[in-house]
Design a protein around this ligand. Structure first.
Ligand code: 5AD
Ligand code: SF4
Length: 431
């Protein structure tokens, strides 16, 4: 039996794709290993979103070379977004690389591998959703389920539409079957995934309707990442009315300056975004908001950057992913001269991080004394007997279990004792 070793880089969609690859390869006769020296096929599932992600993959690829020493039949390959992004260029520049498969070519992978020759398959399809392939999910509390693939938004900075292709949704029946299977396998929380997850549509079933159908019988459900422009009234209503839908939303804003948003081609103004935040908060009590922010976009002035800080102060996000703009080939903004120096990007990034850390710590400290339900995921690094899990707002909570046996996957009430920007330190209620 051939043996495959797989490493994943990048976002949750890539982690879900790895589970898909493992399921597909598994049914095609491959065994899986965590030991690269025992593998016949070494595969990196890669990310292309920023230059830094690309550098990490390329340096790891270099390290894999030595697994071929004395074992010439070992096949080394790249899957995912960077594979799609660099394509055959990679085969020419990395002589020990055997194959390259893009995100829409996983179905043919077992067949191509069996041929034993080098190959590049990076055709993007408009239809492929892999809805008939059962993923091999990591056993855990949370099940990540891809419900749509690709993106049609073409934000001017983003490589995703070029490496993942056009937007397409899985049939609702296939999604609901995956939810059912995940619950049957013991997962307690479902996370719907998609590059613009709320653009989901299968005939009459839009994202709101899918949420309603999926949440019946579920303990917790979340989704990532929605696009502000696809946050329809129907979706907002479903979020508000389904108790299983957690009060937590990742709502990427990218910038707080209208001129920058327009050049990013995000499709909303800060005012529209802020109004959406207001509507969401009014309809879902206790809603935690997370976001993505890019600093140093071409043309971002000091005033534009200040506007981003101001928007962050106004919204008060619970958490944020913050990035320096990275110029990516194929994107529209690739042609635009960079106007913010690397040093200045660093300064701006530091400033947004500091502001966000302060706000997150303040928000979390307001929770001190409150009781929150924690879905326990396993031991916490803090010490013997400590457990860690997530609150409905997707905050990490840790607590000492003492003599109590608390299994992974149980939800327990805890009281918040102290808090930092990223962690709630809690006590078991009644302890
Ligand atoms: N440079 C920096 N950040 C980017 N992102 C996407 N493309 C780029 C880029 N070229 C960020 C956006 C997006 C998140 C997934 O990654 O904030 O929401
Ligand atoms: Fe990229 Fe914009 Fe699509 Fe998000 S919505 S994946 S940022 S192009």
């Amino acid at each position: 039996m051939p043996v495959v070793y797989l490493e994943t880089y990048g976002c949750q969609m890539n982690l879900a794709d790895t589970e898909l690859l493992l399921g597909h390869l598994g049914r095609s006769g491959y065994a899986r290993t965590d030991d690269p020296s025992a593998a016949d096929v070494l595969l990196l599932n890669t990310c292309a979103i920023r230059e830094h992600a690309q550098e990490r993959v390329m340096s790891r690829l270099g390290e894999l070379r030595h697994y071929k020493a004395g074992r010439p039949n070992v096949q080394i390959g790249l899957a995912g977004c960077l594979a799609q992004h660099l394509r055959d260029r990679l085969l020419a520049s990395v002589p020990f690389l055997d194959f390259i498969v893009g995100p829409d070519s996983y179905r043919r992978l077992p067949e191509l591998l069996a041929q034993g020759a080098a190959f590049v398959d990076v055709r993007l399809g408009r239809e492929e959703t892999y809805s008939d392939i059962t993923p091999e999910r990591a056993d855990g509390v949370r099940a990540w389920i891809s419900i749509m693939r690709g993106c049609d938004k073409f934000c001017s900075f983003c490589v995703v539409p070029y490496v993942r292709g056009r937007e397409r949704s899985l049939p609702a029946s296939a999604v609901l079957e995956q939810v059912r299977a995940a619950v049957a396998a013991g997962h307690r929380e479902v996370v719907f995934l998609g590059q613009t997850v709320n653009a989901y549509r299968d005939g009459d079933v839009d994202f709101g309707e899918l949420l309603r159908r999926a949440s019946a019988g579920l303990e917790r459900i979340r989704f990532t990442s929605p696009h502000p422009c696809d946050m329809t009234e129907a979706v907002i209503a479903a979020i508000a009315e389904c108790d299983a839908v957690c009060p937590q939303l990742h709502l990427p804003v990218q910038s707080g300056a209208d001129t920058v948003l327009a050049r990013m081609e995000r499709g909303y103004t800060t005012e529209q975004y802020l109004r959406l935040v207001e509507r969401l908060r009014a309809s879902k009590p206790g809603l935690a908001l997370n976001t993505d922010i890019i600093v140093g976009f071409p043309g971002e002035s000091e005033g534009d950057f200040e506007a981003t800080l101001e928007l962050m102060r106004e919204v008060r996000y619970d958490n944020a992913f913050m990035f320096k703009y990275s110029r990516r080939e194929h994107t529209k903004s690739f042609a635009w001269p960079e106007t913010v120096s690397e040093a200045e990007k660093g300064r701006r990034l530091q400033a947004v991080i500091e502001l966000q850390e302060r706000i997150a710590a303040e928000i979390n400290q307001e929770l001190i004394g409150q009781s929150v339900p924690v879905l326990v995921e396993g031991p916490a690094r803090r010490g013997e007997g400590w457990r860690a899990g997530k609150t409905p707002q997707f905050k990490t909570a840790v607590f000492a279990a003492g003599a109590a046996t608390i299994a992974r996957g149980t939800t327990v009430p805890v009281q918040v004792r102290s808090a930092t920007a990223h962690t709630l330190v809690c006590e078991l209620r009644g302890a």
